[in-house]
Design a protein around this ligand. Structure first.
Ligand SMILES: Cc1cc2nc3c(=O)[nH]c(=O)nc-3n(C[C@H](O)[C@H](O)[C@H](O)COP(=O)(O)OP(=O)(O)OC[C@H]3O[C@@H](n4cnc5c(N)ncnc54)[C@H](O)[C@@H]3O)c2cc1C
Length: 400
């Protein structure tokens, strides 16, 4: 009987896992293994772009790609993992409970914004974590034009001044002007616990963030946090209030809760600890990749972050190594010593950095051109052509 690799998740980690495993079987002329991807949609949802307008367009179909390389796709959402019986329970497209057996499992179910229990956040705040939430925000922004002119209507509060908060906020003045007109008195305010604008991102990049914030008109409330949200604004820890019809929450991402069903060590973000081959430590037949994996990215103490940059490479390695285990050939240890950042800063441009200390290499239009290339080309799936797709899944291809 054919062996079966089941990949749960069709994001950057899952899609590249399926392609990379198929590539290694192809190289070894081995066609006795079935590779299946289980996910709610046969599409790659391009999460790094969800701060942009037209969110509904930010997904790329991958059904034809999987057909071209012979990967089977099951439309469904996994609910349970029975490690002892090697079975995954899922809800299929018709809402029925189903079970799928595996010989090797690769968990690639990504991460989710973990909303805090701050009063009113769940009911009133927006976010850009998943495509549905990004579309909901967009519809809300478009509906603001139907409200009478007021300070609250024209004000957006972004909770959290990290990567996603900064990209969302600096894009917002342009998005609001397109909806409310150039004469509207727009205010975009980032509320952040830090002491310095962009401080959590590093000293050098912070200078670009500060400059871009001034030029785009984004204000910062530092050493501050939102303690309550309601339908017309936020209350800060010091009791001050900001009237705002739009509050966007950007703090606190956590690995998919399916990680909890695998008996293994997890880190503070819920990610499964994996070895250099991305096998979950203590589990012989389970691999983890992308945002659900806590993987050392070099041998000097750095770990993969929950980024697309890491998820693509982690996916190519997980697929290669799960296939290598079946084939009995040498795996390719995961290593990604180069770390870069390309942060969109709205109308100011962008900033591109290299190294874990984020040394600035490009700013403004030059960095923006790079960001556009990354976001519209590099992170998209390969063409639905077997030879091209398998060649592009080589784990040795550098991502950054
Ligand atoms: C607004 C925003 C901006 C970002 N900007 C950047 C950036 O500039 N650079 C960068 O490198 N990274 C960025 N990221 C992070 C990046 O998007 C993630 O790290 C990346 O998407 C992780 O890939 P993944 O495959 O692990 O998870 P995901 O891309 O989240 O994919 C998870 C997959 O699992 C599926 N799934 C989930 N649950 C189940 C289930 N129960 N059953 C079956 N399938 C399931 C999902 O449908 C999806 O197919 C950004 C993220 C956001 C939200």
């Amino acid at each position: 009987m054919k062996q079966h690799i089941l990949v749960i998740g069709a994001g950057f980690g899952g899609m590249w896992t399926a392609l990379s495993a198929t590539r290694l079987f192809d190289i070894h002329g081995h066609n006795d293994v079935e590779v299946t991807v289980l996910a709610p949609q046969a599409e790659l949802r391009v999460r790094p772009r969800f701060y942009e307008p037209n969110a509904h367009q930010l997904a790329a179909p991958i059904g034809e790609l999987f057909d071209a390389v012979g990967v089977k796709f099951i439309k469904g959402a996994a609910e349970s993992i029975d490690v002892a019986q090697k079975r995954v329970g899922y809800v299929d497209a018709s809402g029925n409970q189903q079970v799928c057996s595996y010989d090797k499992l690769v968990l690639a179910t990504g991460s989710r914004l973990a909303l805090p229990n701050t009063p009113g956040v769940v009911e009133h705040a927006f976010d850009v974590d998943q495509i549905e939430q990004a579309v909901r925000l967009e519809n809300h922004l478009k509906s603001l034009v139907n409200l009478p002119e007021s300070k609250a209507r024209n004000t957006v509060v972004v909770a959290g001044g990290g990567f996603t908060g900064i990209e969302t906020a600096t894009e917002m003045p342009g998005r609001l002007r397109a909806i409310l007109g150039d004469r509207a008195g727009i205010e975009v305010i980032i509320v952040d616990r830090g002491e310095k604008v962009g401080g959590s991102m590093g000293d050098e990049i912070a200078k670009s963030i500060a400059e871009a914030s001034i030029e785009t008109g984004v204000k910062w409330r530092l050493k501050s946090s939102v303690v309550a949200v309601d339908d017309s604004g936020v209350t800060l820890a010091d009791g001050q209030r900001i009237d705002a019809k739009t509050v966007i929450w950007t703090t606190g991402v956590r690995a998919s809760s399916l990680t909890e069903q695998i008996p293994a060590e997890r880190d503070h973000l819920g990610r499964l600890h994996v070895d250099a081959h991305l096998k979950v430590i203590g589990q012989e037949d389970i691999f983890a990749t992308g945002d659900v994996a806590c993987a050392a990215s070099d041998d000097i103490g750095n770990f993969a972050l929950m980024t697309c940059q890491h998820a693509i490479s982690l996916g190519r390695h997980a697929g290669n190594n799960v296939a290598a285990q079946i084939l009995g050939v040498d795996p390719t240890p995961y290593s990604q010593p180069k770390y870069v950042t390309c942060l969109d800063l709205g109308a100011w441009g962008a900033v591109y950095t290299e190294g874990w200390d984020r040394q600035v290499k490009l700013i403004k239009a030059e960095a923006k051109a790079l960001k556009t290339q990354i976001n519209t080309t590099w992170i998209y799936p390969p063409a639905a052509d077997r030879v091209t797709a398998l060649a592009s899944a080589d784990p040795m291809i550098p991502v950054a």
